[in-house]
Write a protein that binds this ligand. Structure first.
Ligand code: TNX
Length: 766
């Protein structure tokens, strides 16, 4: 009897632990299925597991599944004599609600059944199945019914600023498939390179695909090609390469959307065929950034349109996508203003100005594309001067362009810089490779809802999807592109797939932790910025204690820290709960996994001073754009860095900063230091002067000194300056600080006359 009890307890424990295991694995599925139920009875994939398909059309997916199983767990699927089975079945009678890309997946002890109305659906069911298999080949029992939120789930790779070889493009296609993405937008042409072979115009690649090699210089400090210098850096895709890419993408149910930029961002094309510019050139392919770029296609000459139509004809032949992207962004109209041909066109067509000329340009191209059965999509600038009748809009300068287009009944893909620009930093710049700027951490990508609140139900339908853009000015290798794309792309894939009300960052984070194993398996060089340590502080006003909180975005590994300036090591204390700091200290922290440093070392000086944690009363409000987290920012003991977007700087747009700090008790004061930032290129200037005043009652104030700015506003460097007011020891409870904004950008500045920013962080009282 005893023995039977023991055996049954053992069996129950074994089942329970197997279930637990199963739960864990299924929880790593990204994107999360719309409906997912885990039950007990799963099955193990082994060399007696077969794959059956309902028709010949599924044989490609069958082979794909078998190949992936082999890669994941090393098992070869037999053709016959199997005891468990994975069944793939297209069934047109499944509910309409699944749509064209939805599927049903049932896993029980006998095997798995994958059903959909289409091949796409089966392919996505396969992705879910593959992500649910654990190291031992066990698939948990589950019932899944799933379908995407959006029809356009996109990723753009800029292959112009840096060329990426065909093999990498094929890899990217696989990455997208893994996350049920369905669109790869290739930015094929720009000022720095033309990447697509066009038979009729061979110079586009002979000349346009190559530039002088200035890769050792900063992107914005690269001299143009000099006479006699050879252009050796670049590359392009032959038409055969493209056919291979397109076919490979088709086998993964991914549409390649080609982008041929016009009328601006065209220096590489004009270097090859200067006759299609307004001036006739000559031009050279740019090795780096130049701004503004005024040389664009001439809108006055009919030959320009024949040239572009010839190119687009070959593009259409190569790419079967419904949409052809024609760029349309950032076209500087300076040459159009003085080009007789363009001015004649404006007159002849009765156009109001150069914006309408751009609209004429795009509409003419749209007519051509429509005549070939294709649709035009462009960046949101194509709204300026009037949107072409059937055009779709890719909204990048915020969501406003997308909103306007949706209201006008045009299809929209949302891709705002704020949430979708994967060329932006994903962690603190000090711990990241050089990037273009910006700040877009994983959790911000995840927070994006591509359907703006402003739209009503009818307008909402025009939001066809969402896309991440990886511009590559600062990204020159596949490894670096992987790094910028992942794991942010996993977050984007999820917001593109699941309903907004199913999103939960903590749940995503916990799935991502195990999903990383799959990314490792695929050899994806994802960024580990999510493990960098963030430091937050809190002042306990009752206990007068300054508390430090350390965390990382994914709650990954263990955080170790030091307070003495040394680098954290595996013997440093582990952070378990917020700790107090009594004096100014350097906090250094890093995440450790399996006893090894996993993240970069975050370091932060905490300034403990007499106003630490003191209440601040605002006489002038700070800008909603730069709040630095709110009212405690100026006395939280943490200081802003030279990166204006670090979330520490409180911004005042054209107004002064005027605040009163309540020290709580009468306190001896010797010094009042106000930290300010200047980064003139971003319209942020030092204050003209900072003054401090003291008071006992918070009503009558006495001046204690001023500190004038001594640094030129023209200084191009990003600088932090302490405006220090020194006084003989005085006693007071209240300190008022006034920092006077320069008001407007100076005359010589590109923003002359526009509101200037004043950025302040930390008012230190000593
Ligand atoms: C703006 S987004 C651009 C690109 C740059 C990108 C850098 C868009 C349509 N135009 O040419 O690469 O910013 O973030």
């Amino acid at each position: 009897m005893k023995r039977i009890i023991y055996i049954s307890v053992f069996i129950i424990l074994a089942i329970l632990s197997a279930c637990e295991n199963k739960q864990d694995v299924s929880m790593s599925i990204i994107p999360l299925p719309v409906s997912l139920e885990i039950h007990n009875s799963g099955f193990g994939i082994n060399d007696q597991t077969g794959i059956e398909v309902s028709g010949e059309e599924l044989s490609g997916i069958k082979n794909y599944l078998a190949d992936e199983i082999k890669i994941l767990i090393g098992i070869s699927i037999p053709d016959q004599d199997y005891s468990s089975v994975i069944q793939l079945e297209i069934d047109a009678d499944l509910p309409d609600s699944l749509g064209n890309e939805g599927y049903i997946l049932e896993v029980d002890a006998k095997g798995a059944k994958l059903q959909a109305r289409s091949e796409e659906g089966i392919f996505y069911a396969v992705q879910t199945l593959l992500q649910a298999i654990n190291e031992e080949g066990i698939v948990p029992g589950m019932s899944v019914a799933d379908y995407p939120r959006f029809e356009w789930r996109g990723f753009m790779l800029d292959v112009s600023r840096h060329f990426f070889p065909k093999d990498y493009i094929l890899k990217v296609i696989d990455y997208l498939a893994l996350h049920k993405m369905n669109t790869l937008h290739m930015h094929l042409t720009d000022d720095q390179g033309w990447r697509l072979e066009i038979r009729k115009y061979p110079k586009l690649t002979e000349t346009g695909a190559w530039r002088v090699d200035r890769e050792d210089k900063h992107w914005n400090a690269r001299e143009k090609q000099k006479p006699g210098e050879k252009a050796t850096y670049g590359g392009f895709y032959t038409q055969d390469d493209i056919r291979e890419i397109v076919a490979y993408a088709r086998s993964r149910y991914i549409t390649i959307v080609p982008e041929i930029e016009m009328p601006g961002h065209t220096t590489a094309a004009l270097a090859a065929y200067p006759e299609y510019s307004c001036t006739g050139g000559p031009f050279t392919v740019l090795p780096g950034g130049v701004w503004p770029i005024t040389d664009i296609y001439c809108a006055g000459k009919d030959e320009t349109f024949s040239f572009l139509e010839d190119i687009l004809s070959e593009v259409i032949e190569l790419f079967p996508s419904e949409y052809i992207h024609i760029g349309g962004d950032e076209a500087n109209k300076m040459e159009w203003e003085r080009c007789p041909d363009c001015q004649n066109r404006i007159k002849a067509e009765g156009l109001a100005d150069e914006h309408e000329l751009q609209s004429y340009f795009i509409t003419r191209i749209e007519k051509f594309l429509n005549s070939k059965g294709r649709q035009l999509i462009g960046w949101d600038e194509i709204l300026e001067g009037g949107l072409a009748p059937n055009a779709a809009v890719m909204s990048w300068r915020g969501t406003e362009g997308g909103i306007a287009a949706a209201r006008a009944g045009h299809p929209v893909v949302m891709s705002p810089t704020s949430h979708c620009y994967f060329d932006y930093y994903q962690g603190k710049p000090e711990l990241e490779p050089l990037a273009i700027g910006g700040y877009l951490p994983l959790e911000k990508v995840y927070s994006f809802n591509p359907v703006p609140d402003e739209l009503n139900e009818k307008e909402e339908k025009y939001i066809r999807g969402v896309q991440a853009n990886l511009w590559t000015e600062y990204v020159s290798t596949p490894e670096h592109a992987d790094y910028m794309a992942f794991p942010r792309l996993a977050a984007l894939a999820e917001i593109a797939w699941i309903p907004d009300n199913r999103k939960d960052f903590n749940d995503f984070a916990s799935r991502l932790r195990s999903h990383l194993l799959l990314l490792d398996k695929k050899g994806i060089n994802y960024a580990k910025s999510f493990a960098n340590v963030n430091l937050e502080t809190d002042f306990n006003t009752e206990k007068k204690e300054f508390l430090v909180q350390l965390s990382n975005t994914l709650d990954y590994g263990e955080i170790r820290y030091t307070l003495d300036g040394s680098d954290p090591a595996v013997v440093s204390p582990v952070f378990r709960e917020p700790f107090t700091i009594g004096e100014t200290s350097m906090v250094k922290a890093a995440t450790f996994v399996d006893g090894k440093a996993y993240s970069g070392i975050a370091s932060e000086k905490v300034w403990i001073h007499k106003a630490t944690g003191a209440q601040v009363q605002y006489i002038n409000e700070y800008s909603e754009k730069y709040t630095a987290g709110g009212d405690d920012a100026l006395t939280n003991s943490l200081r802003g860095s030279v990166n204006l977007g670090d979330g520490r700087w409180q911004g005042y747009n054209s107004s002064d900063m005027e605040v009163v700090i309540d020290l709580g008790l009468e306190t001896e004061i010797n010094k009042v230091i106000t930290g300010c930032l200047q980064t003139a290129g971003s319209w942020v200037f030092f204050p003209e002067v900072v003054s401090a005043f003291i008071s006992d009652d918070g009503k009558t104030y006495k001046a204690i000194g001023t500190a004038k700015n001594t640094i030129s506003l023209k200084d191009p460097e990003r600088k932090i300056q302490d405006f220090t007011i020194q006084t003989k020891a005085v006693k007071a409870r209240y300190v008022k600080v006034l920092a006077v904004n320069v008001g407007v950008c100076p005359e010589w500045h590109s923003g002359a006359g526009e509101p200037a920013w004043l950025f302040v962080d930390e008012i230190i009282v000593e």
